[in-house]
Design a protein around this ligand. Structure first.
Ligand code: BCO
Length: 298
């Protein structure tokens, strides 16, 4: 797939999913749900402040008769009710509404009602690139400072998503500030180990190489200019960032500077979780719902 339009052409033929939205009282969230419902992708259980949900829905001419509303009095209660709907198999997808990321993720990780599976949970973003293909970015939102073991899990979650968008053997660029190993830069040491593990078949399903700087990960020209011989350089499908700061800034640069379309979900939980920034557009939220619908196949 090269674009979100192409993703829609695939997702529209999947059976519609039920999505539980934690604090749905937000215009962009409801716009995204409205569009996803009109296009046959989901029906929703809207958890949150009922009065506000009804007021916003009316202001955007969104019929609520197709969806269920569960009234809650606080964001925490909304997160708990929405997560419970997914853990009790009453919903196929969880969506973060107008709540903080850490707040919903803490409930997702709750041992009693949460969505743990024993796997590492991580964020996978997908964006339209100027290279005529969808590219994945991970982890911009959940794991703060992943160590080597967690980075392997983060790669594997992204590989699952890559397969769903038609990339069977994704090329993973382990990003750093430079493309040579510098013992003072932990990101480059981890990148070298991940590359060797990939080369020796210890991590399967992807071709991993690094350290690569962002320019030579994505641009064949930049890689050639720097004389980098690599199976990934210039053609990366997945960008693995060293930590949440790098990932989050890259995610926001993609949307606010490059103005590219983007989607984001959490993988590794019992079900996919739509997780965008509260400030992301309704289009980004809609694209994320599509991506979560696709990722439900994993
Ligand atoms: C990209 C657009 C969207 C955004 O901009 S999002 C904004 C930036 N993101 C954030 O602010 C969230 C960053 N992450 C966090 O705040 C925290 O890591 C998070 C997710 C809230 C968890 O923190 P805490 O509640 O302090 O958890 P903790 O580290 O003490 O661990 C508690 C238990 O949970 C487990 N856990 C934590 N992260 C996990 C993971 N990724 N996968 C699987 N399990 C995980 C952890 O092992 C621990 O388990 P146990 O209780 O020891 O059994």
């Amino acid at each position: 797939m090269r674009t979100f339009e192409e993703m829609y052409n695939y997702v529209k033929d999947l059976p519609p999913k039920t999505i539980a939205v934690a604090q749905a009282a937000d215009e962009d969230v409801l716009e995204a749900i409205k569009e996803a419902h009109e296009r046959g992708i989901v029906k929703a259980i809207l958890v949150g402040d009922k009065e506000k949900i009804e007021r916003i829905a009316s202001s955007i001419s969104m019929p609520l008769k197709y969806h269920e509303i569960i009234d809650t009095k606080s964001n925490l209660e909304a997160c708990r009710e929405a997560v419970k709907l997914v853990s009790e198999d009453k919903a196929d997808i969880l969506m973060k509404g107008l709540v903080q990321t850490a707040e919903i993720l803490r409930v997702v990780l709750d041992k009693e009602i949460g969505l743990r599976t024993g796997r590492t949970l991580s964020h996978v973003a997908v964006f339209e690139s100027p290279y005529n293909r969808l590219i994945l970015l991970t982890d911009a939102a959940m794991n703060i400072a992943p160590d080597l073991k967690v980075k392997i899990d983060i790669i594997l979650n992204a590989v699952d998503v890559a397969r769903q968008i038609g990339i069977d053997a994704p090329r993973v660029a382990v990003l750093g500030a430079v493309e040579t190993v510098n013992p003072d830069m932990q990101a480059t040491l981890d990148a070298a180990i991940l590359s060797k593990m990939s080369e020796r078949g210890q991590i399967k399903g992807a071709i991993i190489d690094g350290p690569l700087a962002l320019d030579n990960a994505l641009s064949v020209e930049a890689a050639r200019h720097k004389g980098i011989i690599s199976p990934v350089a210039g053609n990366a499908d997945i960008l693995l960032v060293p930590d949440i700061e790098a990932g989050n800034m890259l995610y926001k640069a993609i949307t606010y500077i490059a103005e590219r379309r983007i989607a984001g979900i959490i993988m590794g939980a019992k079900r996919p979780i739509v997780l965008t920034s509260r400030a992301d557009s309704s289009e980004a939220k809609f694209n994320s719902i599509m991506l979560a619908s696709l990722a439900s196949n994993v």
